[in-house]
Design a protein around this ligand. Structure first.
Ligand SMILES: NC(=O)c1ccc[n+]([C@@H]2O[C@H](COP(=O)([O-])OP(=O)(O)OC[C@H]3O[C@@H](n4cnc5c(N)ncnc54)[C@H](O)[C@@H]3O)[C@@H](O)[C@H]2O)c1
Length: 429
């Protein structure tokens, strides 16, 4: 049996520690041997959780990259803007890397990362966890088997629920278009699924429309204030009420109470005070300084003439993802949350129109449809040089998925069709 892959956590936040938890479930696969995080509390908590010795703790990725390499790989769970600045020195230092999505906010940084990956020959996997969700894997298997022939069109939708939208993209840290266009932050998964299903075919042209019409002052209901717990007359009836979402429903506490993370054993009183006084999570959703689009539609033409479109809708009652894929011999349609999809084929027998089969998929809704830890397992296999799953393709697919998001943002703002350049051959690993 192979030895476990050794890894360091860079960015010991929610996602980094979540991925690293494979080491606790399957110690024969992964062992965490180092941590880098400027936040001392998080660094020490992660060190304790994974039994990391004090000499392997660093304040930053950059500092860690300056000492001789002491692990096989990096789990990079830093925030979006820190991804490339932390990734480059560690790839140069010899580490393979699992890097959270979205890769980075600009084309320039992405190209620098691609160049470094190609030159150093390091393995780089992106945290596209939905590629590992059994629902999407089962669809990919049907496409690869030729069941629906050559795919020439797809449509997908992501509905982002009212409470998720508010905590992350209105009140939270992904609220500004200049650093985190919403399509890139949220739907880079969906654009990646499209790129993965069309693997190896370049998206060539992108157009897109979208705007912010829901979460703005003009749409604020009468009686709403600036902070839910301070000056709002409609708080008891508002679905976005910070009191309801974070104190009563107890949703998204990991984000909503991050501002008081340093208080040990925080009480409900501490939480309420934070929402009332200065937490960004206590603000009225109609009156923030954010500017990401709250709905956006994208159309993509691939170099072979195939097409795809994606709708991002936010503030919805029900969250979820829908996909519909058409091939020359049939079609696939499903909602991830249903745990099944429908396969249809034309049926030209008298009295028929088409045949239909429901394919059940064993779906767990934990960790992105069950994708999170499966992705880390595949990363471990990649580092070991073992055979990887069909979810792991050349980094170029991930790069094109992100280029589609950048192009869609430009297309939406500038009201034009944007061309995506040919980035040449893949990285080959
Ligand atoms: N896969 C998904 O579906 C999914 C879901 C949510 C978030 N994300 C992405 O995951 C990433 C991490 O999100 P999070 O909520 O875990 O963030 P987080 O803020 O909880 O963690 C980031 C950590 O990085 C640390 N850090 C900052 N600079 C550093 C440096 N130079 N060296 C080392 N550490 C440094 C911070 O102190 C922090 O503890 C983001 O890019 C986010 O967009 C992905």
């Amino acid at each position: 049996m192979s030895a476990p892959v050794t890894a360091v956590i860079v960015g010991a936040g929610h996602r980094g520690v979540g991925y690293a938890s494979l080491a606790l479930h399957k110690p024969d696969m992964l062992k965490i041997v180092g941590v880098a995080d400027p936040d001392e509390l998080r660094r020490m908590k992660a060190a304790e959780k994974f039994g990391v010795p004090g000499e392997n703790l660093y304040e930053t990725a950059q500092e860690m990259a300056r000492v001789p390499q002491f692990a096989d790989a990096v789990i990079n769970g830093t925030m979006d803007l820190d991804h490339v600045p932390t990734a480059l020195p560690l790839l140069e230092a010899g580490y393979d890397m699992l890097l959270e999505k979205p890769i980075c906010p600009t084309r320039e940084e992405l190209l620098a990362l691609l160049e470094t990956t190609r030159r150093t020959g390091r393995k780089l996997m992106i945290g596209h966890v939905l590629r590992y969700a059994p629902f999407y894997v089962a669809i990919k298997q049907r496409i690869l088997s030729g069941d629906i022939g050559d795919v020439y069109a797809m449509h997908s939708t992501e509905a982002v629920s009212y409470h998720h939208m508010a905590v992350a993209f209105i009140r939270g840290r992904w609220a500004h278009r200049s650093t985190n266009p919403m399509l890139l932050a949220k739907c880079c998964h969906d654009l990646d699924l499209i790129a993965w299903y069309y693997s190896g075919i370049r998206p060539a042209h992108v157009s897109s429309f979208g705007s912010r019409t829901v979460f703005c002052e003009a749409a604020a209901p009468e009686g709403s204030g600036t902070r839910c717990l301070v000056d709002c007359q409609i708080e008891p009836d508002c679905p976005y009420s910070a009191r309801k979402n974070y104190l009563e429903q107890r949703r998204w506490g990991m984000y909503a109470f991050e501002p008081i993370e340093h208080i040990q054993d925080a009480t409900d009183e501490d939480r309420e005070r934070s929402l009332r006084e200065d937490s960004p999570f206590g603000r009225c959703v109609y009156r923030t300084d954010g500017d990401v689009a709250d709905h956006q539609s994208v159309i993509i033409e691939f170099e072979n003439g195939a097409t795809a479109s994606h709708d991002m809708i936010t503030g919805t009652a029900q969250p979820g993802r829908h996909v519909h894929i058409w091939g020359t011999k049939g079609e696939i349609q499903g909602f991830m949350e249903n745990g099944s999809f429908i396969l249809r084929h034309p049926d030209a027998r008298a009295g028929c129109e088409y045949s239909e089969e429901t394919v059940d998929v064993n779906v767990t809704m934990d960790g992105h449809g069950g994708g999170d830890l499966r992705l880390v397992e595949d990363f471990v296999r990649a580092v070991r040089g073992e055979e990887r799953s069909i979810s792991s393709t050349d980094i170029l697919d991930s790069v094109y998925g992100h280029h589609t998001a950048y192009a869609a943002d430009d297309a939406m703002v500038e009201r034009r069709v944007v061309e995506i350049e040919d980035l040449g051959e893949g990285s080959g690993h």
